[in-house]
Design a protein around this ligand. Structure first.
Ligand code: ZN
Ligand code: ZN
Length: 365
């Protein structure tokens, strides 16, 4: 695992910072302040929960407090690491040293009160709000990221037979979720990527039916939406299980959703608009008469966040590019009856796409 080796991962962090420096050279400010922890991890490998990054030209400063300084020296390579007593004072000092006159900052992750503090402490520096500078870079995954997510899906594949065993009449949804999470942790996951959805019977009509105290019944269709977390990354997958004799209507819904999932996957290749990937899934569902019961978008990017860009929906303005990783997860939810969703993670390749979750079966019910 590249991300487990400081030596092997270092060149990737260097390359990411180089790309960021190129991007920043076209921006109208002298330095860029990064406070989103996920972005800091992406650029340095630091896995702690408190730090600030300042990028100016080819130089990057990593600032943290005494709680994290040892971890920082251990994890972070190729940047200037400094310990601070007070964060904004330390940044102010650096801005002065560097003669910074204008500073870009991550406006989506900076609170209004922090902006007020920055105005007060960064005398003579004009503040430039920015959006998604590092995030736009994170859209395209590199080798260690793909390797990590592949491995996190591999854990689901290993635990899948257990899921089949656990999802049976008499089992409590929450017990299924807890047991699966435990198994994933035993395999080395840091934990669940999110609160697992185990939604059986009528509850399967809830797109976000987090595992409850409901007992799974004979005849239930069960949605399992699960994923593992590790090395900062996530996996995200949904499979549908039929318990005992499932009604013809629910079977039909499942079949339609499966076809929609496949149609969307088949449409993925570099250059295709992601709203058209959504459209491919939506058309199948609409043609089958369930158009009103598919309310959410077809998918989302996955990486350092479980939900990140790009969006795969009818409002998406993104275009598929090689290196992107996103989910394809159409669903149909009939209130009072039940529902189905089938979710795969796809990796856009130079020609088309690779279904990372290919080894998780999508059998007939
Ligand atoms: Zn999911
Ligand atoms: Zn998802």
């Amino acid at each position: 695992m590249i991300l487990e080796s400081k030596e092997r991962s270092a060149p990737f962090y260097t390359a990411r910072r180089k790309l960021l420096a190129e991007r920043l050279s076209g921006e109208p400010f002298d330095a860029f302040l990064i406070t989103e922890m996920v972005n800091i991890r992406y650029l340095t490998g630091f896995s702690g929960t408190s730090a600030t990054l300042l990028a100016a030209g080819d130089d990057v400063w990593f600032l943290t407090d005494s709680r994290y300084i040892t971890q920082a020296h251990d994890q972070v390579m190729g940047v200037n690491v400094r310990e601070y007593k007070e964060r904004l004072e330390a940044v102010a000092g650096l801005l002065k040293e560097r003669g910074v006159k204008s500073l870009g900052f991550e406006s989506r992750q900076t609170s209004f009160s922090t902006v007020e503090d920055m105005r007060e402490k960064f005398k003579g520096v004009s503040l430039a709000p920015t959006k998604k500078i590092v995030e736009s870079q994170r859209l395209i995954k590199d080798e260690p990221e793909i390797e990590a997510m592949r491995s996190l899906i591999g854990m689901l594949v290993k635990v899948y037979p257990e899921a089949i065993n656990l999802i049976r009449p008499g089992a409590v949804e929450r017990d299924v979720a807890v047991e699966l999470e435990y198994r994933l942790k035993k395999l080395g996951a840091d934990g669940a990527a999110f609160d697992f959805i185990v939604a059986s019977g009528e509850r399967s009509a809830l797109p976000h039916g987090v595992a409850s105290g409901k007992v799974i019944d004979d005849g239930d269709m069960v949605i399992l939406d699960w994923g593992a977390k590790g090395w900062g990354y996530h996996s995200d997958n949904t499979r549908v299980f039929g318990v005992g004799k499932v009604s013809a209507q629910l079977k039909d819904i499942y079949k339609v959703v499966l076809e929609a999932n496949q149609a969307a996957i088949d449409s993925v290749k570099p250059g295709v608009a992601l709203k058209d990937v959504d459209g491919a899934a939506r058309k199948v569902i609409k043609d089958a008469g369930y158009g009103d019961y598919f309310g959410h978008g077809t998918g989302h990017g996955v990486g350092l966040f479980i939900h990140e860009d790009p969006k795969v929906s009818w409002t998406s303005e993104s275009v598929a590019k090689a290196g992107m990783v996103f989910t394809v997860e159409p669903g149909v939810y009939l209130p009072g009856e039940g529902g189905a969703r089938v979710e795969d993670m796809v990796h856009v390749t130079d020609e088309s796409c690779e279904v990372l979750s290919q080894s998780l079966p999508k059998d007939d019910l």
